[in-house]
Structures are given as C-alpha cells and as structure tokens.
Ligand binder design. Structure first.
Ligand SMILES: [Zn+2]
Length: 55
C-alpha cells in the first residue's frame, strides 16, 4: 500500500500541488482587492506553472 498517500493527496485537492493553490489564492486576493493587473499576472503565472510543472 505504498501509493495510498499519493491517492489521498490527489483526491483531497482539486489543484495539483501547493504551488497551484498558492497562485490561485494570490489571484483570488487580487480580485478581492480590485487588483486586476495582479489577478491577470496570477492567471498568467498559473498558465506558465501548469505548462512547466504539469505537462
Ligand atoms: Zn501545480
């Protein structure tokens, strides 16, 4: 049962990793504070991160 931990990690969060959640949180905060450029930057960062880390 060595991959039980991995399976649990995958099912507990829709995002793929801590960095994904980081960026999502940054984007949500930027949107809440009306920081549209910040939100757009976070969206771009998310796209880059997905391509680089989750190909
Ligand atoms: Zn990620």
């Amino acid at each position: 049962m060595t991959n039980q931990k991995t399976a649990r990690l995958a099912s507990t969060s829709r995002t793929r990793c801590a960095e994904c959640q980081n960026i999502k949180q940054r984007r949500a905060r930027a949107l809440q504070s009306g920081d549209r450029p910040g939100a757009e930057a976070a969206t771009v960062a998310m796209g880059v991160h997905l391509r680089v880390t989750h190909p």
